[in-house]
Design a protein around this ligand. Structure first.
Ligand code: HEM
Length: 285
């Protein structure tokens, strides 16, 4: 019999490990396909951004509208200086955004560094091919994950917070526990905590927004479903929301990986590969 994060509970023998079956096969396979797709989509997306590293709101860009997010370079004597501007705030980001070393080691004026783009050198056409191919793999994989989670009860049982968990007191307690790096042990560790559920549901919504705004940028898709352009207020707004969602997903991944490291990377990653998870024992004290 298989179960996910709500495991069958037979009390472990004293001294033995409490092992539960934590993740179903569909969750595990779609998770890793998603991780590969997201990495390739992000890197090829940054290659596409390099072609015009400025983001606008509304219908039009470039033709006179001032961008509200922009990556650019300026000269200070012989030196190239990189800048990132968000609204009225401009910060120097030489070495990362605006100016960085190319794959040959030379300093150059380019929005995103070569190590972060696919391909690593400037090639918009190849970047778009990678992006559009993996976008469809990502969509199909996402549909399988959401469909399977609805059918096998994963969404309802493991991801949607229970009524008690959304009480402010419970959420504040969870935030406090995370701030003290007091991670769940024993029975509590057998289920996602409310912050985990919120983060996983949140990132799923971000993925959906990313797909919808991506489709909004496609003239071919606009011809079939024109309503999306109205929904996002124009192609430039859709492009900006697409970029912000990608940025927020990167923020999620940084925290996600930090939590995996803190919770015990071998046990955590093994559970996402084999499904089996060793429940951390309760503290004796
Ligand atoms: C190499 C990178 C990654 C590693 C090592 C990793 C690791 C893990 C692990 C160990 C879990 C299970 C956590 C637990 O059982 O408490 C998990 C769950 C999850 N991860 Fe990742 N992850 C990675 C990348 C990503 C990416 C790129 C995304 C999405 C953008 C993502 C989204 C999720 C979600 C939504 C879940 C919950 C899945 C479910 O139960 O339905 N992960 N990840």
């Amino acid at each position: 019999m298989t179960e996910t994060v709500s495991p069958a509970v037979a009390a472990p023998e004293p001294g033995s490990q409490d092992v539960v079956y934590r993740h179903k096969l569909t969750t595990r396979v779609t998770h890793w396909i998603n991780a590969v797709c997201f990495t390739l989509l992000l890197m090829s997306g940054l290659q596409i951004l390099n072609a015009h590293p400025a983001l606008y709101w509304g219908e039009f860009g470039a033709d006179g509208d001032r961008a509200f997010i922009e990556f650019f370079a300026s000269r200070d004597g012989d030196e190239l200086v990189g800048h990132t501007r968000v609204g009225p705030l401009t910060v120097t980001t030489t070495g990362l955004f605006g100016v960085s070393n190319g794959s040959d080691g030379d300093v150059r004026a380019i929005a995103m560094p070569s190590w972060a783009t696919l391909p690593s050198f400037r090639d918009l056409a190849t970047g778009r091919r990678w992006h559009f191919f993996f976008a469809w793999v990502f969509v199909i994989n996402g549909l399988i994950y959401v469909g399977a989670s609805l059918i096998n009860g994963h969404l309802r049982r493991d991801l949607l917070p229970k009524r008690d968990e959304i009480k402010p007191r419970h959420i504040l307690q969870d935030i406090w526990n995370h701030m003290r790096l007091k991670l769940p042990k024993g029975e509590e560790a057998k289920h996602y905590n409310v912050l985990q559920k919120g983060a996983y549901l949140g990132v799923t919504v971000l993925m959906l927004l990313m797909v919808l705004t991506g489709l909004t940028m496609s003239p071919g898709f606009n011809a079939v479903v024109p309503g999306l352009l109205d929904l996002f207020g124009g192609r430039q707004s859709a492009r900006t929301i697409h970029f912000i969602c990608a940025f927020l997903t990167v923020a999620f991944i940084v925290v996600h990986l930090a939590m995996v490291l803190l919770a015990g990377p071998i046990n955590e990653i093994r559970s996402m590969i084999t499904g089996r998870y060793v429940v951390p024992p309760e503290d004796k004290s």
